[in-house]
Design a protein around this ligand. Sequence first.
Ligand code: HEC
Length: 335
Amino acid sequence: MRSLFAVYIVLAMMPAAAAQDHAGADPYQRVCQLCHGSEGRGDLGPTLVPLGFDADYVLAVVREGYSQMPPISRRELSDDDVRQVVAYLESLSSETASAPALSYDGPRTAAGRPDLNGIWQVLSTAAWDIRAHNAQDGVPAGLGVVEGNDIPYQEWAATQQQANYASRMTADPVRKCYLPGVPRTTYMPFPFRILQTPDHVIMTYEFAHVVRIIYTDGSPHPLPNDFWMGDSRGHWDEDTLVVDTTHFNGQTWFDAAGNFHSDTLHVVERYTPTSSYHIDYEVTIEDPNVFTRPWTMRMPLYRRMEEGLQLLDYDCVDFILQSLTRQGPEEGGAR
Ligand code: HEC
């Protein structure tokens, strides 16, 4: 039993190893790679993975040339070599078809998960407006982070959003130092830290000392209750951290432009690391009381690289208290 299991593991690991050891890898790298790129991914010439041609056709193209591609003689490459190249490209083709998600090659935790520990930040203007917008005084222009740039508001909700926009300088909950909610907390223009334990992913944010504890121990959402930041439960889908958040109080906005939701908001975030320094962040928003269908935002998270970096303080309650005391003399008389 034990040895059968071992054979199975070796077989399961073979495709990745096979690509480099393939008899066709050498002639490919010697002759075709210059134009068709490493592992057939394309360069001057088109990508050859997945390979849409049979061996006879490729052999004919190689011998006779094809438009911009020069003919290659038998002296340079035997017929046999060309057939091996075709077999090599086919093996790469089946690899990419069966394992598209295995592209992350950064560090992993002891549990084998991508290691996301560190300080991250979104570099976009989503905190001001998640849709495409022109520049304004103090607001950089942005291309938006909403897929298709379309938030499918119900009719009443589109009107409400416009009213929110008109009164945003006073009505934005973040201006009153309320917690920003999810996903706005991610793309506030402040860094945040990810800490991974075996059963939790903890995210701490510089803005207003927000802390999210995301349970990845398989536990369900608690009984109905409501929170500014909702209740977050996570699981791993291959190398993607999927976080499901519900139980919101419905009082947060998506941005400073009055885009909003209700307390039936359901957020699904997907954190997919694409290198040691980048996470592809995708958020799906569902709220049957406000939108006509689910919709999606997407943006990269960047790892902050400064040496000795730490989360500093942005304690906005203090700022509000200070501005209240500054206003004091108007109500209280002498300064
Ligand atoms: C000097 C550059 C160069 C080299 C070397 C080269 N190719 Fe190409 N190949 C091209 C270009 C450019 C095209 C696209 C031609 C076009 O569509 O105009 C192409 C097209 C092809 C096509 C597609 C033909 C079609 O019907 O669309 C195949 C298959 C192909 N190459 C196989 C190979 C193989 C196998 C090798 C190595 C033995 C190789 N090529 C080496 C430049 C090259």
